[in-house]
Design a protein around this ligand. Sequence first.
Ligand code: F6P
Length: 331
Amino acid sequence: MAGAQRIGILTSGGDAPGMNPAIRAVVRAAVEQHITCIGIRRGYAGLINGDVFELTGSDVDGISRRGGTILYTARSEEFRTDEGVKKAAKVCKYLGIDGIIAIGGDGTFRGALELARQGIRVVGIPATIDNDMGCTEYTIGFDTACNTAMEAIDKLRDTGQSHDRVSVVEVMGRNAGHLALYTGIAAGASAVLIPEKEIDLEQDVIDVIRRGCIHGRRHHIIVVAEGVGYVNSYAKEIEKQTGLETRVTVLGYIQRGGAPSGRDRVSASMMGVRAVNVLCGEDEESRVIVARNGRFEDMPIEEALQMERKLDEEMYAACYRINTSYHAGRK
Ligand code: F6P
C-alpha cells in the first residue's frame, strides 16, 4: 500500500463522542499527503451499497466539537455474511479504494479483519463509550460518556438528597463494568455493581445504606452496570430492606451523545493521524491503533482481537474501600 492514493473512512457500530475529531484528523492528514479521502456513510452497510462521497479538508471544518458522526453509523447484518464481506471488498476494488480506516468497537474491528482477509487493507481506530477492548487502554468516547453520566448522577443526587431517597442508576457498558466503575467513583456512589464481580446485595449495598442511616445519611447513589441487569428488582429489594424510598434511573443513550471532551478530541486526533501514517506506510498488514502507557501505538488486527480486556482491579479495590469505610471511625 505504500503510495496509497485513495483511502476510505467509515464509522461503524454504536456512535461515540470523538468519532468526528477522528474523521477530521484522518481527512486532514490524508489531504496533506495528497491522498484522496472517500467518506463511506453508515459503516459497512454503506460500503456494500457504495454510499460514498469525496471528503475534502474543508468538509471537516468545525466538526471536532460535535457529538455523533458526520458519516452516520450502522450495525450491518449483511456484512456479517460471507457474501456481504465479498460484496464490500468488490465495491472497494471497483471504487479504487486502496485501504480503509474503520472507526468503532470490537464488532467494527472484527468486520475489518474479514475485509482484510478479502485483500483490502484496513486500519482500525478504537471508539466506543464502553472502553471494553482488550488491545487498548483507551477507546474514544469513554471520557465524554463518563463525564455525561457523572453530571447526570450529580443531578440525581440533588433530588435524592432532598427526598431522602436511594437512587439506583443504570449506566451503559454492554457486558463490561468499566464505564460504571469509573463513573461511580467520579460521582461518589455508595456502591458500584459490575458484571465482572460477584454481587452480594446484602453486604455490598444494603449494609452500606443501613450503616449510613445510623449516622443520619438517608440518600445514596447506587450505580449498576447494564451488564448486571436486574436493576428494578435490586431497587425493590433495597427499598424493602432499608425502608428508604428508592428510584431507578436508566441513563441510556444520553451517554452516547454530546460534544466530545478535550481528552476525546485529542486522543481521536492523535489516533487519526497515526492511522493515516500506518495505512500509507510500507507495511502491508492490517493493523489497529491502540493506547498503551499513555502513548499511541499500532499492532496487527488479528492479535488485537485476541486480547482480553481486564478490569482495573486497583480501581475496583479503591472504589470498594472508599464505599465500605464511609462510616468507619465515627462514634
Ligand atoms: O457499545 C456502546 C453501547 O452504547 C453499549 O454500551 C450498549 O450496550 C449498546 O451500545 C447499545 O447498542 P444499540 O445502539 O444497538 O442499542
